[in-house]
Design a protein. Sequence first.
Length: 145
Amino acid sequence: MLVYTGPPVAEALRVCGPIKAKIYAASSAKDTDWTVMLDVHPGGYSQRLNDGIVRARYRKGMEQEVWLTPGKAEEYDIDVWATCQTLLPGHRLRVDISSSAFPKFDLNMNTGGLLGREIKGIAAEQTIYHGRAHPSQIIIPEIQD
């Protein structure tokens, strides 16, 4: 899991509306999952605020399976759903990026086999990119009073 934690918010921050993640990532596998979870809480406790997932084979839509080219960076749009929460002073925004959220979401065995029918998976080497060429980002709607 890759974790990004922001600084404590100095004053109340209202996050209200749809949260989106755009990540650029590569996998050594033919198929994998990408999950994004937004966490907040002072004192080091990590609490799930929202999360979302995309199965790589369906990154271009559910109409067709598009397999990954191992090692090639791909763009993923992840719906992290909507929320309306006020973060109090001292809370932090934390973003967790992973390729699994079992048992909340079904296992992806990383092989490209039939969903729900595989019994043996493979380990995948995952890479998240960020920077000018691959601007991975979380879009968080802020409401100001």
